[in-house]
Structure formats: C-alpha cells, structure tokens
Design a protein around this ligand. Structure first.
Ligand code: FEO
Length: 188
C-alpha cells in the first residue's frame, strides 16, 4: 500500500501539467516567431549597406531557433505532446537601424514577459524541473535585453552620421558571443 502511494506520487511528479504543456508549446511557437522576426530584420539590412547589422540579426535569428528547439526537446523529454502552430508573417520594413533595434528591444521584452508568466505557472504547479529550465531562459533574456539596449544607446549617439553608423555596423558584424546562447541552448 505504501509502495503504491510512493509510485503514484513519483509518476504524478514526472508528468507535465496540461496548463504548462500548453504554455510550453506556445513558447516553442513564440521563439520560432521571434526567429522569423529577426530573419525579417536581417533581410531588411541586406538591402542596405549595413552588412554587419544583417549578420547580427541573422545570428540572433539562429539563436532564437535554438531556443525553440530547447523548449521542443524539453516537452519531448517530459513525455508530453508537442503541437506546432503556424508562424506569423514578420515585419519587413523599417525606417533605420535605430528603428530595427527599437523593435528588437520590444521583441525581447515581450519574450521576457512570456517566460516570466511561464515561470509563475511552473511555480504554481510546483514543477521544479520546469522552473530550472525557465531560470536559464530568464538569464538569457536579461543578457539579450542588455546587449540590445547597449547598441540602442550607441545608435542614438550616432544619430544620422554615416561614419559613426558604419563603425557600429562593423562592431555589430564582429559581435562576440553571437551563437554562445545558441550553443548552450543546443546543449553544448
Ligand atoms: Fe529567445 Fe530572445 O528570446
């Protein structure tokens, strides 16, 4: 009798709650949509002289795909069902590099909110493994928001000065750490 109750407790602890399963599936979609948003930004930059910014956005797009795959793998590993949804068409026109990075910051803030909401649900259902995963993402979001804010500050200083913008473009193209999050997300 005691053995049976221990087994039932351990099985229920392993099961992902339906609410969390739904939200984690939504997050797979949110991260894929984010990847598409960044790919749209990269494509816009490819039509301008700013090849460094295009590279930055392309790398960021790849990183977001890796985030989606990390959530995908987690749902699979928890023996829950993955249900993929359509990805919305991303914005394809921007006014300036500053405009793109402002959209990028909003994008990251939205994702941070989504992860925060997920963390709250994981807490409610006492799913510690999910909380652990989501903490990794919260740290990742903090870093991403900071990186974008730093570039935004420099873009504001540069204003419309082409020489300054090209310096920032070169810097963006050689951005260190692009892909580091992706490698981590891939489990490297
Ligand atoms: Fe994976 Fe930056 O959101």
């Amino acid at each position: 009798m005691l053995f049976q109750s221990v087994c039932i407790t351990s099985i229920s602890a392993m099961t992902l709650s339906p609410k969390l399963t739904k939200l984690l599936n939504e997050q797979i979609n949110n991260e894929m949509a984010s990847s598409y948003v960044y790919l749209g930004m990269a494509a816009w930059f490819e039509q301008t002289p700013y090849s460094g910014f295009a590279q930055w956005m392309f790398a960021q797009s790849r990183e977001e795909t890796m985030h989606a795959l990390k959530f995908y793998q987690y749902v699979v590993d928890r023996d829950a069902k993955v249900e993929l949804q359509p990805i919305a068409k991303p914005k394809s026109n921007f006014k300036s590099p500053l405009d793109v990075f402002e959209h990028s910051l909003k994008q990251e803030q939205t994702v941070t909110q989504q992860i925060n909401d997920l963390f709250e649900v994981a807490e409610q259902v006492k799913d510690h493994a999910s909380k652990n995963l989501l903490l990794w993402f919260l740290n990742e979001q903090m870093e991403e928001e900071k990186t974008v804010r730093d570039m935004l500050d420099r873009l504001k200083l540069a204003g419309n000065d082409p020489a300054s913008l090209l310096v920032l473009d070169r810097e963006a193209g050689s951005r260190k750490g692009v892909g580091a999050g992706a490698d981590a997300a891939a489990g490297a």
